[in-house]
Every structure is written in C-alpha cells, then in structure tokens.
Design a protein around this ligand. Sequence first.
Ligand SMILES: [Zn+2]
Length: 257
Amino acid sequence: MTTLTIIPIPTFKDNYVWTIIDPTQHKAILVDPGDAAPVLQFLKQHHLVPVSILITHHHWDHTNGIKDIVASYPIPVYGPNNTLTEITHRVQEPDYIYIEHFTISPQIFNIPGHTLDHVAYYMPDRLFCGDTLFAAGCGRLFEGSAAQLFASLQKLASLPDGTRVYCAHEYTLNNLRFARTIEPNNPAITTRLQHAQRLRDKNQPTLPSTLREEKATNPFLRCHCPEVKIAVEQYAEMALSSSLEVFSWLRKWKDHF
Ligand SMILES: [Zn+2]
C-alpha cells in the first residue's frame, strides 16, 4: 500500500490546508482550502495534481479558495449540507466516500456544534476535524449548542487513541496556556506546552496531535476529571452536576480567556 504524505499549507493568520499526497502518483487531496493562491503555488512547486477537495464546514476561511482551485482543476468537492454552491458531492454520517486514484475511503462523522453543518473525515488513524477538536482545545460555539459540541467531541474521542488529529488552526500554544490554568498540576500539559513552544519558536506546526495526547491534556475532553470539575466550579461559583455542565462553563471561560 502506498504511503501517503500529509502536509499543512499555511494560509491566513493561523489556518492550515491539509494536503494528503500520494507521492508516487503526484496526486493530492485538499482539505478546507480557504485561500487558493498558496495552495495553487504549493501544487505547482511540488508537481502535484489535485484529485478532490474535502470541506468540513461552511466558514469562509475553509472554503473561499474552492472557486479558483476548481477553475484550474475541475475536481469533485465533498462537503456537508449547507448553502455553498461549490460543493458537488454532499456527505453526511454514515457515508464513506471513495476518492478516485486513492486507496483510502474516508468515513464521515456529523459533528455539529461549532457550526451546524460540521463534518469530520476519518480514515483509520487519521482524523480531519476542521474547527471542532483542536490541539488542547475545541471550536467556539457559533451555531450549535454546548450539548451538541460536547456530544461531537465525545464521538471523536471514542476513536482509537493512536488516531492523529489534523485540525484546521494553529491554536495549540494559546490552548495549552488555558489548559495549564485549568490543571496547573498536570505534568502532561506542562511537557506538551514546552514542546509546542519549541516547535513554534522554529515556526513549525504543532500538528498533528494524537487522541491519546488530547485525552491527557485537552480540558474539553477531560470534563469528567475531578481536577477539571473543581477548577470550573470555582470559575462558575456553583456546584456542577454533570460533565456537560462542566463543558459548557469551560467553553464560556475559554471565550473570555
Ligand atoms: Zn470555523
């Protein structure tokens, strides 16, 4: 089986367009191309031909590049049910999609919360989750409820621990500083923060992470842990009876961090 290479193309301030490359065929799949110019330049520079685009949700910084890319390469655009006319193939859970020229068949998960249309693409050991699960954090609630986002994150967290997490923004340092505020005595957070700082000092991406790392350091996946619950109860100034309530207050706290 061909070994795929997965490269982040940086766009805007902190977005990544994940590019899944089959180096033997010189073909590529583009995930959430929010800006066409850096993507087209990357393809040209590396002599790659794109074969399809995967879209996780409708936000402009994930989708604005589609039009100019398909003008050069008329390729299928997979994405969720929303108003974007550039999407040629609508996907939803429990679909699997077949991508021409590639031996992978990404599985779709519906993961509403950040937006209502949000989907993830999962192929064994690799998860492209847009703005839902971030390294040490999660997306803001723009359209869905806390309960929806909580359930979506639980769904992703149930995948195997070794799954690599390819999220769409470089938010890791800020997220880890927040995580350290919640759990100052968690050594896994301190170690991860130091490692992430070293990578960012060299302008390298902190991604992908793994679900194992996320479960050890991401407060939004740790709402069931007593230390997280106690910290959030102090912030909320009330006792919280469920992991969902802890999550909901944690999300509010992060919004103002
Ligand atoms: Zn978004």
